[in-house]
Structure formats: C-alpha cells, structure tokens
Design a protein around this ligand. Sequence first.
Ligand SMILES: [Zn+2]
Length: 425
Amino acid sequence: MKLRLFFLSFFALSSLANGQDMNFIKKSIGVLSGPGFGGRGYVSNSREKGARFIYRNFTEIGLNSFSADGNYYQEYVFDVNTFPNKVELKLGKKQLQPGIDFLVDAASSGYQTTGKNKVERINLGKIKDSAEWQKQKAQFNAHDIYQLKNVDTFCKRMKIRSAVLMQELPKACYIVPQSNKLTWTVSTNVMPATVFYVSDTSMPKGRKVEVNVQNKLLSSALSKNVIGFIPGSHFPDSFIVFTAHYDHLGKMGAKTIFPGANDNASGSAFNLGLAKYFKEHQQKYSIVFIAFSGEEAGLLGSSHFVENPVFPLNQIKLLVNIDLMGDASDGITVVNAVQQKSVFDDLQIINSRKKLLPKIVSRDNAPNSDHYPFTQVGVPAIFIYANGGKGHYHDVFDKPKELSLNNVANVFQLLTAFVSEKSGL
Ligand SMILES: [Zn+2]
C-alpha cells in the first residue's frame, strides 16, 4: 500500500513537473506572438519587445552572463527595408486585404498612383531568351503598372530565382499573381521595383488599379542577441548550446502583423523552458542559451555571433538549434544529422526506449536556420524542427491558437534525457 502510494505520488509529481514546463512554454508563446509584440520585427522596433521578454526571463531564471557587467545582450546592426505606413492595393472595385489577398515584396520601393491606372499585361512565358528579356526590360516605364504572367515558367527557363528576377526589374509597379500560398520575408535592401504578389483567387477581372505603399529603409538598425548560461559542475568550460531565433517578420503596413507563433516564438519559449529545467537540474557541462535576432533577414544574428563569439567556439561540444516547435504530431526532423550521425543515433535510441515521438527524420545540412553559420566553422551543430500542424509559415495565420503543441512535451523529454545521458551528474 505504501509502495503503491509512493509510486502514485512519484508519477503524479513527474507528470506535474512536465505539465508546468508545458504551461510555461505555452504562456511564453502566447506573449511573444501576441499583438503587443508586433511580430517581433522592424516596424515600431517591435523586435526589442522580444529581446526584453527573453532578457527578463533569463534574469528570473537566474542564468549567468558572459559579460563582466552581467548584461545578456550582444548588439550589432544591419540595414532593413520596412513598410511602417500604408500598404494599399485596389484592383478593379476590390480593396484587397494585405496579408490575406496580397503581399508586397519585402525589398519593394514605395509607389503611389494618383487616381486609377490601367494595368498592362505582360506574358513572360513568351520570352525565350535573355536577349528578348533585355528588350522587354527596356520597354518598362517607371510610371506604369504591369501584371506579369507566367513568372514561374520564365524563371525556370532562365534558371533564375523569382526573388532575383524582382531585384532586376526596372522601376515600375508590378503585379504578380500567385497560385501558391502567400509567404512573406524580410529584406536588407531596397530594389528599384514595387512588386505585389496577389493570390490567384483574389485577382479581379478589371484592369484598373490604385496603389499606395511607402517603404522606409532603416540603415544600421540595432538588433540584439540574448546570451546566458548555467555553469557545469565538472567541466564548466565545455558547453552544450541551445539556440533559437526570437525575431520574425514584424508588420507589413501599420496594421498587418505576422505573429510568428510557430516561427519562432515556439522555439524561443521551448528554450526558456529548457533553461528553467537545467537551472534546477545542473549538468556536468555548462548549458548555454542563445536567443538570436536577425534570422529572418538572413541568419544575421548567428553569423554575427560566429564572427564575434563571447566564448571560444571550440568549447562547444554540441549546438542544438530549435526553430518551429509548435506541433510535433509527426515527430521531428534533425538537420545536419548526416554529419552528426552519432548524435542522431543517440536520439533514435532514447526515442525508441522511451517511446516519445512517432518518427525522427534525418536530413542533410541546409542553410535554413541559425545552426548553419556554426557548421561552416566546424562547430558540431544540429537543427531540430517539429513536423505537424497546419502549415502556416511566414504568413498572418501563424498565430498561437493555431498551434496544437502535440508531442512538444515529448521533444522536451527527449532533449533533457539526451543531455542528461551525455552530461548528467
Ligand atoms: Zn524561423
């Protein structure tokens, strides 16, 4: 009877601890991707709110700082194009909804029509080679609006990415119909053209257009990485590093927010949960936490860190980057698993023993998140993302209520078990 009671209370306690971790993670995702945090981007300096939230949590958890004054920040700057005011597009009689019916290319210049302009349709599918393309380009007029048809066919034929094509376009306003879902981004430069991507289903028949979009290039905009650690008991100079970027796309115009709940409020909150956990469960190695900024602008925070590390990079035993951790219904993918085979094998072994996730997928290295700059200088690093969910990505629908958080507690258990087996007391 006593024994049974003991086991009962033991299980109740351990599941309670896990529930607390998940409650904390869920709450933090809600805060980071809430309307007050403006999508943690560049309009109204909203990324600063994300930085402060993580800083405050590092303080409350009691992480150590690498700097003598106890500051967790690492500051750096880059240029970024923004749309702080109006982003309006009216096609025919229809005022299109920003973020839902259309996006403006993140590198766009501003453009305002006076009254209604007529759209000229250009079929890029008819252009066979670069000589013809040069001829067509010379005919674009800065004051006119063009609808570009068959952009994908053209890009395939010319072996050019669509983003690169847009950068090449002469100054004018262009409308590009999209059959795929609308996916936004961040640009560190301004191109001559103004480009709207309009969802196929929102394209009206009429040819009249009204446009009002203003851009603002922020030069040398300040961004902050947030860095803290828990000293190891036996080998404090050896580090296991957990990273996650907290920046996202911010706003396209004054009202349209890209909340970035899955990308990457989820990973940021997950790592805060890990920090709390490891503060209470000290390891032999030091456990470092880095919340990167500038990821969406091209891995700029992690690249800055690799060039300006606050501790020698060769002290890193393993770096684990977490990005997109909102729904692990179908398990996880480990990027750079081919190169870090023994790490991948260990994760598989723990997973089959503890029966945590339905699947762990191995993937070759790719420059798709903040682990990448580390792998380029020989630091052992993996990137873990969760598989599952509704596929909202870089759009206005990536909201906290869309995340199931299925199996995320199990990913948490997998990683804490992995670290404990490598580094536990
Ligand atoms: Zn991301």
